[in-house]
Design a protein around this ligand. Sequence first.
Ligand SMILES: [Mn+2]
Length: 236
Amino acid sequence: MGCTLIVGDVHGCAGELGSLLDALAPGTDDRVLFVGDLVSRGPDSRGVLQLYREVKGQAVLGNHEARLLQARRARVEGHRRPRLAPPDYALLHQLSDADWALLSELPLWWQLPEHDACIVHAGVLPDVPLAEQDPWTLTHIRSLDAAGQASERHDQEPWAARYRSGPHIIFGHNSRVGLQLQPRATGLDTGCVYGGRLSALVLAAGQQVPADPEQRRALVHSVPAARRYYAGKSSP
Ligand SMILES: [Mn+2]
């Protein structure tokens, strides 16, 4: 077993994903995992899926994939589809059957027992077992409200600050906060599609995620976005 690479939210930034993969040069023994939101908003979602296949990637489901799948299902079944932003609407027509099959097979979480870690797109409600987490929470949570319930709001404490026990959670979805080096969680959405960076955490075989933030930061590799592809700073 080789290294485990966990890549943050790519959002259609195929050029940056190519640069990051060139820099990290994963071998056939290494695994390349993704925190979800592979597609949408950026310039080349299909190119991202192509690279994903080339590296035999494994991703968890992001909120953007979930919404696209919901829209696709509504179209096939003749229901009203959810509102989509123009780039997502275009994607609805661009993705191939193989792309849809790939997206529809993405799990809500991916366990990494050898690293005592787990990958989800957005996060978890602290102190709730993984199997009892709400799918909406796993794909949308950013913070906890005063009652300790899952929230998408940006102006409250990030959920990960209060997550203290259980497997180390590696997640994305929150580019406004950016890289999060929390006690038992690591947030990897560094806002590539908004002109930030694309980041990946690289763990050696069997390595535990370091508790020390600076040791952990040293395992995060990133490349800058070539430009800002999407206006607005991370709405849902
Ligand atoms: Mn997201």
